[in-house]
Ligand binder design. Structure first.
Ligand code: ZN
Length: 165
């Protein structure tokens, strides 16, 4: 596996605690798989790194009754997706949007705000590495896309292609 290499070489990307939590999500992802009867879904890609995320949701009114993700890519992208599902499953749209906003802020500042992002806060160190911010943000951008009902447009965290599509 090369996917964990970025966390294991150099040793400076994350401290040991953060790295351990991220790798644990990567190796034992939460809510990974597919739903029998999703009401909406979205695909996201981060071509710079080769990350792909597919998210399926069951929405009941504004409540995210269930969601699952699938995909492939680096450990940060997949661990972030696993962490994201834990933050939004069983909550409503507003909570999901607030969590997504808080995560974007975490990626800008490297500091957790008032909103409790749970394990996702372990990704704070990624803020120092703009290329990896795209990996960590992919799941959240894909979630936002899926929450736009009836939308199946793919999203990307690579601005160069996002501008054109
Ligand atoms: Zn990546």
């Amino acid at each position: 596996m090369t996917a964990t290499r970025d966390l294991e070489s150099g040793g400076s990307l994350m401290d040991d605690l953060y790295r351990e939590v991220i790798l644990e999500h990567y190796r034992s992802p939460r809510n990974r798989g597919e739903l029998d009867t999703p009401t909406c879904s979205a695909d996201g890609a981060n071509p710079l790194c080769g990350d792909q995320i597919h998210i399926e949701l069951i929405l009941d009114g504004d409540e995210i009754v269930d969601l699952k993700f699938s995909g492939e890519g680096c450990s940060i992208s997949q661990a972030s997706a696993s962490m994201m599902t834990e933050q939004v499953r069983g909550h409503d749209r507003d909570h999901a949007q607030a969590a997504s906003d808080a995560f974007q802020q975490l990626m800008l500042t490297g500091e957790p705000g008032e909103f409790d992002l749970g394990d996702s806060e372990m990704l704070a160190g990624v803020a120092k590495f703009p290329a990896r911010v795209k990996c960590a943000s992919l799941a959240w951008k894909t979630l936002e896309q899926a929450l736009k009902t009836d939308s199946t447009e793919p999203v990307t965290t690579d601005e160069r292609t996002a501008d054109h599509g």
